[in-house]
Every structure is written in structure tokens, then in C-alpha cells.
Design a protein around this ligand. Sequence first.
Ligand SMILES: [Zn+2]
Ligand SMILES: [Zn+2]
Length: 344
Amino acid sequence: MSLTALARDAWTGALDLVFAPVCVGCKRLISTDDPERVVCRVCWARCRPVPAPRCPRCWGTLPTQVVRDRGAVVGVRGDDGDDGDDGDDDRLTDSVDSSDSAERENCVDRSAHGSSTADRPAAGGGSGGHPSADPPSSSAPRSSPPPAPKCRACAEWPAAVRVVRSAFVMGDGVRSLVHALKYRGWEAAAGPMAARMAALPWPRDVTDEADVAAAVPTTPVRLRERGYDQAALLARELAARTGRAFDPDCLARTRETASQTTLHPSERRANVAGAFAVPAARRRTVEGRHVMLVDDVWTTGATALSCAGALLDAGARVVSVATFARVFPELERPVPALRRGTGT
Ligand SMILES: [Zn+2]
Ligand SMILES: [Zn+2]
């Protein structure tokens, strides 16, 4: 090792003694060999990805289908990692409400419908991939399985809204990271958070059409209070990691809106309807482009969909949406407390 390298390592070590990196999530010291130095490995391990099966378009959770063979559970349809990102998932036309997915468990009896049906993806291939499309075997005196679980949540969306992806289910660990970025001034968290968003399973056309990224704009009041827009930070970092251009001003608020936090879903839609627009000077940024719209959290989608509508009105060809967290009330569960001494 050269003297220069030794001196550099000694200097870095000295800085770590004085300014030891602290995790934004748990406030514990981060191991100095952790390359990110912002969020510790334990906190990342506490973040829960959106579970399968999920709608390949809107990323909403779909009911689990237990596959049985002569009474024994031999698999769960939809959790094989195939999310149908093959380009034809926009044909999905109906669904179940994700809020009651835990109560709806459809059982597909393999012995009644042949083993081939259990090997297909549940939601990925649109309507063609579900076992209910297969006629029952004449030798099996069983009733037909329940109707296919598909996604009703995104059926009414504009066709040009391509896909939504979220890195993690909102929960205790994820919430601490979102709050660190949003309220506690941890701007450095945006890079590691956006890296997880960039690594999501995006359909190939979304990856290929890496045109431009836009951020859901915060309100002028919050921008003054915080000094930055957390969605813009994420959009900038995501754009840098995916080869997109980022224009922080291609979406603007046309009016003030009330806080969404206490509103019913229908009230949320009304609250943000027409609240966003692409400034005339920025129309050329989005015209004919596939825009990646970025926000920190997807709750009901009302705000993001209002922004998507504004982008499409301004001439965007396609809009996809990326968020760090997604709210699934039915999936939230307490995260086990950290044990002392594991925060490295
Ligand atoms: Zn941590
Ligand atoms: Zn959907």
C-alpha cells in the first residue's frame, strides 16, 4: 500500500472517530465498512417489500391462491416472482379490493384442473393465465373454482398510466426512513432510498423508455418550512440511477390543497383534482415522453394520479409512477424491536 493510500485511510479513520456515521432509521452507529453510511443493514432488513401476488400494473396486492394437490398445499399462486411484466398486463380489467385480501383465499385444486394450471402466473398474464379459464376435468366431480382474482383498483385509470412500483410496504422501519427524509432533514437518505426504487422489477419498456423524471410537487408552504422537496430529492436520485433527465419544475401546483392525511379516499381525489399542471414553458419537456413520476409515499394514489393526468394533458405519452413506500393498512404490522448490539 502506498504512503498516499495509508495516509488517506488514516484520515478517513480519524474522521470516523469524530464524525461516526449514524443510521437515519435507528440512530445507531453504522459500521464503517457499510458502503452507504446512511441507513444501517438492520434497518434495511426491517423494510418489507410489497408481497406477491400483486397487480402487475398498479402493484396492489391480490388475494393469495393456495394450490392444493389431493388436499395437500403444494404452492401459492402469484408468489413465484412473476409479476407479469411482459407488456400485456394493461389488459387486466377487474380486481378485488386489496383491503380484504387477507380474508379472501381462493383454493385451486390441482387434482381437479391439471397440474399445468398451477404453474402459470396468477396475475402476470392477464386474464389468460388463470385456472378458471380451463374446463374442469370430466373425471373430477368437483365444482369450478372461484372467479379469478384480478385487479379492479386500476381498471378505471387512463390507459397511458403504465405501471406503479413501490419499494416497500409502509411500516415502522419504512416510516422512520420516510420521516427522516421528510421531516428531519436527512437529505442524504434520498440516494439509498432511490437506489431501492431503481432496483424494482420495472417492465422492460419502462426501463428502455428512460426519458424524463418528474416529482410530485410539495406545497410552497412546506417547501419554505423544509427548504427542500423530498419527492424532488428522490426523483433526482432515481433519474441519476436510471439514465433519465430530471426537471424539478415540469409539474407545478395550481392551487393550495388541504392536507390529505385525514381525508377519506373520495375526499382525497376531490382535494387534488386539477391541483397540478405542467407550466407552458415546460410542455416540451414532457410532450411525447414517457414520464417517470416520483413521490415518497403512495397512499390512495389520488395525488399521483392527479399529477399523471396533468402530465398526460400536457402531451406526455406514458406515465409510470415510482414511490419509496406504499400504504397497505391490512399489511401493516409491528416490526420486532431491535436488539441491543445489532445496529451495525
Ligand atoms: Zn438503523
Ligand atoms: Zn391494478
